[in-house]
Design a binder for this molecule. Structure first.
Ligand code: NI
Length: 228
């Protein structure tokens, strides 16, 4: 699946994040520290130290926005969100083709997260760098994605993907994983479609009793398929 969430962050939030990330004192380290065996062989970027106060502080801003984003909640039905990481790709940096590991330990805890979905939140204006497209392979070919700063793309963690080499400027992004309440992508898509229909019928002031019945269908399916 692909889902684009426009303007997760507003301009002030992006500017504030960039001020912190662009400081000379920001704790940038080699991106391979969090990569598995397969990823480390192809990963060439830098990231903010995962357990640093800066990563925590900026990550909390993103998670707070996710928690009140109706599109994210409805489409993803999140159970756990991995603390957002921050990475940058300067000249020549890239991340070769890989799939994301299926299970990750949440840093600083003993909790694990199944990576159903991967998220990239773009933090640099597309015109400020060349290259650096996120390429995602699907049955229909490859998709090249480069979004406005503040926009987020969510895609299946099991898909093969890569980041093209940057040839000018600096690509800066936040990346993280999500475990959904609903493991099955098809089930999740049905719930999203049903929720959208209920929202629309509510706007149209459809008959209340039928709306309650339809909401009942939604919640009974959610109850049937939820994994906690
Ligand atoms: Ni990846």
């Amino acid at each position: 699946m692909f889902l684009r969430i426009p303007k997760l962050l507003n301009e002030e939030q992006i500017a504030a994040m960039r001020r912190s990330l662009d400081l000379d004192t920001a704790p940038w380290v080699d991106g391979r520290v969090t990569a598995g065996h397969q990823g480390a062989a192809v990963k060439r970027n830098q990231q903010i130290e995962e357990l640093s106060p800066l990563a925590r502080e900026l990550g909390n801003v993103i998670v707070a926005e996710l928690e009140r984003n109706a599109l994210f909640i409805s489409a993803i039905l999140p159970h756990r969100v991995y603390p957002p990481m921050f990475n940058r790709y300067g000249d020549g940096m890239h991340f070769g083709t890989h799939v994301d590991g299926a299970v990750r330990l949440i840093p600083g805890s003993s909790n694990k997260l199944r990576t159903d979905l991967s998220a990239t939140l773009f933090l640099a204006a597309p015109e400020s760098y060349e290259g650096g497209e996120l390429i995602i392979d699907s049955d229909f070919g490859s998709e090249a994605i480069k979004l406005a700063a503040g926009d987020m793309l969510i895609y299946s963690s099991g898909s093969r993907h890569r980041v093209n080499p940057v040839t000018r400027g600096m690509r800066i992004a936040s990346v993280f994983w999500i475990q959904s309440l609903i493991r099955d992508e098809y089930h999740r898509a049905q719930l999203f479609e049903l929720d959208r229909t209920i929202q629309r019928l509510t706007e149209l002031q459809a008959e209340p009793e039928s709306l309650v019945r339809l909401a009942g269908h939604y919640h009974n399916l959610l109850r049937l398929w939820t994994e906690l």
